[in-house]
Design a protein around this ligand. Structure first.
Ligand code: MN
Length: 260
């Protein structure tokens, strides 16, 4: 029997990246798409609890899928609890744009969906493809100029390896980043601290009041062993992620501060 995969993303159900993942996985797995109806990049793991969530059956590219009127995390929750998909694995992506470092883990909707899945008891893998131009992340995701050929091979290899061999016991999520041009092989990495040099651009509205854009250039590199450095080298970065954010090393210091 084929393994069952719930496929979602954050760029929305029309994204070429999502459909590349579908093409990669559908020959080897029973894939059901439940993905956000609209662009949901950078919503992280947020959930819709003040609005109803619609799960509209659609046919796209000749495939039956669910277009979810919500966030990536909503799509996972609806997929797991309302649509009776019962997946062996949740796959999120392929995101158009790399999701590297502490920053991306907390802000990426692609990673957010995988974190949610794992917290709900089904392990998740997030796939992201580096863009040559950061502006590409803001273009219509139906059309992406880069080839998904390498990314499709990697999605299939990683998912089938994990499905056949078992998900690493101490990881909740695997975060896979694919360089725009693959030069090397797989590299198991840790998260770098930052991906962007965060900045703010101030502008004036037509009435002379200020408004702001969060913006900033990419950091060129990070230490050896990090996800950022692996991608700079052209390797495929594989980072094991854990849901438990407890800082165990801070236990004693915090106890000494607050014990009575
Ligand atoms: Mn995205």
């Amino acid at each position: 029997m084929k393994p069952r995969i719930l496929l979602t993303n954050d760029d929305g159900i029309t994204s070429a990246g999502l459909w590349a993942a579908y093409e990669a996985l559908s020959p080897v797995a029973d894939v059901t798409i439940a993905a956000p109806s609209t662009q949901q990049s950078a919503v992280g793991r947020s959930i819709s609890i003040f609005e109803p969530i619609r799960a509209s059956p659609v046919v796209m590219n000749g495939v039956r899928a669910y277009s979810i009127g919500g966030k990536p995390t909503d799509s996972v929750i609806i997929g797991l609890y309302a649509l009776d998909i019962r997946p062996d694995l949740v796959v999120s992506g392929i995101n158009i744009g790399e999701n590297l470092s502490f920053e991306s883990i907390m802000t990426s909707g692609t990673v957010g969906a995988a974190l949610e899945a794992s917290n709900q008891g089904t392990k998740g893998i997030a796939f992201s493809l580096q863009v040559e131009d950061q502006g590409d992340k803001f273009d219509d995701p139906r059309h992406h100029s880069q080839s998904f050929d390498d990314a499709k091979r990697i999605v299939r290899e990683v998912c089938m390896t994990v499905l056949l061999e078992g998900f690493p016991k101490h990881a909740d999520v695997i975060n896979v980043n694919i360089p725009s041009i693959v030069k090397g092989g797989y590299e198991v990495t840790r998260l770098a601290r930052k991906l962007f040099e965060t900045g703010v651009e101030k502008r004036l509205d037509p009435r002379g009041r200020p408004y702001y854009w969060i913006n900033g250039p990419l950091l060129e590199d990070a230490e050896e062993g990090t996800d950022v450095h692996a991608i700079r080298k052209g390797n495929i970065s594989i980072t094991p992620i854990t849901l438990d954010c407890t800082a165990f090393a801070a236990d004693k210091e915090l106890q000494s501060l607050f014990s009575t």
